[in-house]
Design a protein around this ligand. Structure first.
Ligand code: BMA
Length: 803
């Protein structure tokens, strides 16, 4: 029997205030629901919410148990508590929690239970109080994140909640996931795993499961595999504590990443029962063979993801927690975000290590849609003390538990031990470098990889970034394995710097922008709309971030005429910077096998590196990513004074393409046209030709290139200007928009218009294409994702944004 304890609880604080509280939930959510605090994301409210997180809270509720439960074993199962908690049933302590990432199971002493009404109470100590009381913890624990309370490594709680360079300092707390009691005379299924072996056209699937077992005499364990509703194979055995059952799938259908094939999923059903009770676990598996290649080669050491024998160029971005208030993250919002990943030609997300492990529905969506996951474990920008045995034992349990929960997901391609912990020790001058290195080796090179190996088949990358062995030498080298590139932005290098680096796999690089005006209006009022207002600074968590945004605008564009133009230009500068980076990586594919930009989303309204803001408004970067991640790309790059025309395709076969190159003057007159018939092999970028550029350098001409399939479908287009954008002599354009039908828009301009960006009042309206150039008198038709009204559409272009 299951007694689900979700629902209405009572939350009380130290001062005797009592509030109704929904579980799963958190303190901030409860205080908001009860109108005790104002929205902490609005203007300066973050500060006024913080004192509430310095208090301890107690949550309680009543529940009923029948007599039969008292004759059974009773387990309290908790999917997640944030973070430090004591649990009581009828005032008897039954367990303690101290790790947000861990799920817990406590066997309750039946003497503490009563027939009829019982009470459960969960006392949570605020993270701040816990850290204040635990400051005697070893000095080796060290946090590098400069805007936060840097004691975060001392507690197993999502690090970003203490503040990050894009996140507010709101270390919330609560029973943030499911909680229930199982009363059983049988037992329950504790964990499961599967392994697949392909041989002679069959898939041999070994399903194992661990039972918390009580009745072994009369019980049975059945394991079945279904293809949709059709039973493929099944077996029933007498269960033990650990069980393995081998099943066979004839003519197995393989799972492929998006763009390479379909994502068939088989359903595995485990049933454990006796004559009185039964329990069941159902999960989906995708049959795929993943190989992560990390061999030394002519350039250094590759990091190549190979799925079912195909080397895959990894394209995507970094996912951070979607909200600082956990209950605000829902399945619907998560799927909405991941759909924007899939529909925009990304094939991968990296789950960054300073947050939390997403819910199962996140990975389910990735499984179903072929989005590969680069999964960090939950360690970031910090040093941890391995010799604190309490800490290392906890971490061992945590990693084991996480792997048990996620290892069946086909989408997860690799596990990375942490975010930037190796590079931090190597290059960010920690106080105790030598001891930190020793502790790191024990944790991330011994303990954790051993757990990953024991519990899963995942490839383990010790850190993101890392160059592998020898560790600590130059973990973010471009030549070895994984790299993060922050010389642009943090190091203030110009955008063109991207084209001077040849990474093997680049899992972080980015540039900040303002979120859309729609988003800013949610956290600011008219008088805040200045780059240096208190509110704009409070919603900028990276030191001098607003100044840096402005510097990058000024490098390429003219002065913005007003705040809206500043927002627009910051976003255009971000989009064009990342376009430059990704196109460079793609024309160097094979040598480089991954481009994951920083970052996909936000956890509140903020100036940040994201391509989609907290309210789901797409920045030009997100629209641009659809183009720079498209399967087939034609582009230009100037290298050592030579301007080259390049094409690359990730199609899995050699295919013919047709490239057209036009040269125009600014009045739209075609000066020259060239065509090329080319063949592109997978991951073999083609240098088509070196182009005449000296003659036009610094002049008002531009190239436009088009790439077509053999069937004359336009697959991509690109521009090359011989001048920096700010020096192009644009004329004031008259941009006309017309609604052709409920979902089609037509746009044209009487002069060359650059970076035309369409916006509306609703983030649900998504344009098939956005952030485009219009040649003089060009007419463009754009499909819109849902019914729209032309009156609601606004367009900005470079010219309109200048002073
Ligand atoms: C990387 C990330 C994050 C950070 C981002 C921007 O270092 O791993 O820690 O938010 O850069 O600074």
């Amino acid at each position: 029997m299951i007694t689900d304890l979700k629902g209405l609880w009572e939350m009380s604080d130290e001062d005797g205030n009592v509030y109704k509280s929904e579980v799963p939930g958190t303190v901030l959510k409860t205080l908001l629901d009860n109108k005790v605090i104002d929205d902490p994301y609005y203007r300066l409210n973050e500060k006024s919410a913080q004192p509430y997180l310095g208090k301890n809270y107690s949550f309680k509720r009543k529940f009923n148990l029948p007599l039969s439960a008292l004759l059974a074993a009773n387990y309290l199962l908790i999917d997640g508590i944030d973070t430090i908690a004591n649990l009581y049933i009828n005032d008897h302590l039954i367990g303690t929690c101290e790790d947000m990432h861990l799920s817990y199971s406590f066997l309750i002493n039946n003497l503490y239970l009563k027939e009829g009404e019982n009470e459960i109470r969960v006392d949570i100590t605020s993270a701040n109080n816990y850290l204040n009381d635990n400051c005697e913890k070893s000095e080796l624990f060290y946090g590098f994140s400069d805007t936060s309370d840097n004691r975060y490594p001392k507690i197993r709680k999502a690090h970003f909640s203490f503040g990050w360079d894009w996140g507010p300092t709101l270390p919330d707390m609560g029973i943030y996931k499911g909680i229930k009691i199982i009363s059983t005379t049988l037992g329950y299924i504790d964990s499961f795993n599967h392994q697949v072996l392909f041989s002679s056209g069959k898939a041999f699937v070994n399903i194992s499961c661990e039972l918390s077992l009580i009745n072994i005499i009369n019980s049975t364990l059945s394991v079945s595999i279904y293809d949709n509703d059709q039973l493929i194979d099944t077996k029933t055995i007498k269960p033990k504590k650990s069980n393995t059952v081998s099943l066979i799938i004839n003519d197995p259908k393989k799972w492929y990443p998006a763009g390479y094939g379909d994502q068939p999923l088989y359903t595995v059903k485990i049933e454990f029962k006796d004559s009185n009770e039964s329990c069941e676990k159902t999960f989906k598996i995708g049959l795929r063979e993943v190989q992560v290649k990390d061999k030394k080669d002519e350039y250094g050491r590759e990091l190549t993801i190979n799925v079912n024998g195909i080397d895959i160029f990894v394209k995507g971005s970094n996912y951070i927690p979607m909200d600082s208030i956990y209950p605000n993250v829902t399945k619907e919002k998560t799927e909405r975000l991941l759909k924007l990943v899939k529909d925009f030609n990304h094939n991968t997300v990296r789950v960054w290590g300073g947050g939390y492990i997403p819910e199962d529905y996140f990975y389910d969506y990735c499984d179903e849609n072929g989005i590969m996951v680069f999964e960090d474990l939950m360690f970031a920008c910090a040093i941890y003390d391995f010799d604190d045995s309490h800490f290392s034992n906890l971490v061992q349990k945590e990693v084991q538990d996480i792997l048990k929960k996620i290892r069946h997901h086909a989408s997860i391609i690799l596990i990375s031990g942490n975010n930037e912990c190796e590079v931090a020790i190597a290059s960010w001058n920690p106080p105790k470098k030598e001891e930190s290195e020793i502790s790191y080796r024990k944790l991330f090179l011994d303990l954790i990889p051993a757990v990953v190996k024991k519990e899963s088949d995942f490839y383990y990358l010790s850190s993101s970034p890392t160059s592998g062995d020898p560790y600590f030498l130059n973990p973010s080298s471009s030549d070895y394995l994984d790299m993060h590139l922050w010389q642009v932005w943090h190091g203030m290098e110009p955008i063109s710097f991207y084209q001077t680096v040849y990474p093997r796999f680049l899992s972080e690089f980015g540039l900040q922008s303002f979120p859309s005006v729609n988003c800013i209006k949610e956290y600011a009022i008219e008088e805040d709309m200045r780059i240096d207002s208190e509110v704009m600074l409070q919603h900028q968590k990276n030191k001098k971030g607003n100044e840096k945004i402005y510097k990058y605008i000024k490098d390429s564009y003219k002065d913005p005429k007003d705040f809206t133009s500043l927002v627009y230009l910051s976003q255009i500068s971000q989009a064009m910077a990342l376009k430059c980076a990704v196109e460079h990586l793609r024309i160097n594919s094979k040598r480089c096998m991954g481009a994951l930009y920083w970052q996909l989303n936000d956890c509140w309204g903020v100036q940040s590196w994201s391509s989609i803001d907290y309210y789901f408004n797409l920045k030009p970067l997100h629209y641009e990513s659809k183009k720079f991640f498209a399967n087939t790309l034609v582009t230009f790059e100037k290298k050592e004074g030579v301007l080259g025309l390049y094409a690359v395709s990730e199609k899995n076969s050699i295919e013919p393409y047709h490239v057209v190159l036009d040269l125009y003057n600014l009045s739209g007159k075609k000066i020259l046209e060239k065509t090329y018939d080319i063949n592109l092999s997978p991951l073999s970028p083609l240098f088509i030709e070196s182009l005449e550029s000296n003659k036009y350098n610094g002049k008002d001409f531009y190239y436009k290139a088009f790439i077509y399939s053999s069937k004359d479908n336009l697959l991509g287009e690109n521009y090359y200007f011989f001048k920096n954008y700010k020096d192009i002599k644009l004329k004031k354009p008259r941009i006309k928009m017309k609604q052709l039908d409920s979902r089609t828009l037509e746009i044209s301009a009487n002069h060359l218009s650059l970076n035309c960006f369409l916006t509306t009042s609703s983030p649900s309206i998504i344009f098939e294409e956005n952030n485009f150039n219009l040649k003089k008198n060009e007419i463009k038709r754009i499909k819109v994702s849902c019914d729209f009204n032309i009156k609601d559409v606004n367009v900005m272009s470079l010219y309109d944004s200048y002073k």
